[in-house]
Design a protein around this ligand. Structure first.
Ligand code: GLY
Length: 311
């Protein structure tokens, strides 16, 4: 991102050998400041430190006392960005690109965005504050430099680019890239694509995505995820699911399920995603939530506040 002048939080990476440089860098940063374990830490390796002393202590814990094991043998010290997160999805054949609908996901297990992080408890698309002017900024400042940057660095990339962003007072800042779609964003994004997705994917494969049509519905999608009791910790498994036939105005996407003879069992942490497509966000949220409550399995839990912060 730095090489291609893509707006992002400023950051530097440190190891045990450069701990002293890390202290000096921390002293130049505003507060709060973010420390990230550079490796995978089950979603737990990010700390937001409110004071310099706390940040120095945590840097020592991560680098010299292996707070997150090997994952924190390298630590990124990063500027804290204040804003609302959203995700923008791009499909590219390496030269041409299409901007897919934006979405916002809700990662915390508890209502009011509280409790442990999960893979995602729900999503909405479009994101009300991601209007045409905002998406134009994303295109000019992030999408075009990303596609051009990949080309300049001889990285042949065809497929989805997941752009995780922070909207900081109307300006987009990159948080993360993923080379995939998102879950549960996909369940809100794909139902809004009216054109044939297979044609678009063919355009990616054959390098003529510019000749393909992308039609996006004006309707609003809301997705509510039903999870297993106990998730994201140890969770209940092999519980029979009932009531899916009572869902009236939503798609039911199955994820953590297994068919066993006549029964569908809840076997994963995130079991079902319930998506409703309606004329406005309020109706979509109400319908998805009402349909989620028509489904039963022992321990079933879903958030009833997904998206209501945006209304
Ligand atoms: N929902 C976040 C992700 O797919 O990474």
């Amino acid at each position: 991102m730095a090489r291609h002048h893509i707006p992002a939080a400023v950051s530097k990476t440190f190891t045990r050998d450069t701990l002293q440089d890390g202290f000096e860098y921390l002293a130049t940063m505003g507060l709060p400041v973010v420390l990230k374990a550079d490796g995978l830490a089950a979603g737990k390796g990010v700390l937001i430190c409110l004071t310099l002393q706390e940040a120095q202590q945590e840097l020592i814990e991560m680098l010299t006392h292996s707070k997150f094991g090997d994952a924190s043998s390298k630590v990124v010290v990063e500027q804290f960005l204040q804003g609302i997160e959203l995700s923008v999805f791009v499909l590219t054949d390496g030269n041409n690109y299409k901007i897919l609908p934006s979405a916002k996901d809700y990662k915390r297990i508890g209502e009011g965005d509280t409790g442990l992080n999960t893979g995602g408890m729900g999503s909405v698309s479009p994101v009300p504050f991601a209007d045409a002017a905002f998406i134009k900024k994303v295109e000019d400042r992030i999408i075009i430099p990303t596609i051009e940057g990949l080309k300049q660095e001889n990285i042949s990339y065809k497929g989805f680019i997941f752009i995780g962003l922070m909207n900081c007072h109307g300006d987009p800042y990159m948080i993360e890239y993923n080379c995939r779609m998102g879950d549960p964003e996909t369940e809100s994004v794909l139902p809004r694509i009216e054109s044939d997705l297979v044609e678009l994917l063919l355009g990616v494969a054959e390098g003529n995505l510019n000749e393909k049509e992308l039609i996006i519905s004006d309707k609003v999608a809301a997705t509510v995820v039903c999870v297993a009791g106990g998730y994201p910790g140890e969770y209940l498994k092999n519980k029979a699911i009932s009531g899916m036939e009572n869902v009236r105005g939503s798609h039911v996407f199955q994820a953590g399920t297994t068919q066993k003879e006549e029964d569908v069992l809840a076997t994963g942490g995130r079991v079902l995603a319930i998506t409703s497509l309606q004329d406005n966000l309020f109706d979509a949220l109400q319908q998805a939530t009402a349909d989620a409550s028509r489904i039963y399995y022992d321990g079933c839990y879903f958030r009833k506040d997904i998206g209501f912060d945006l209304i």
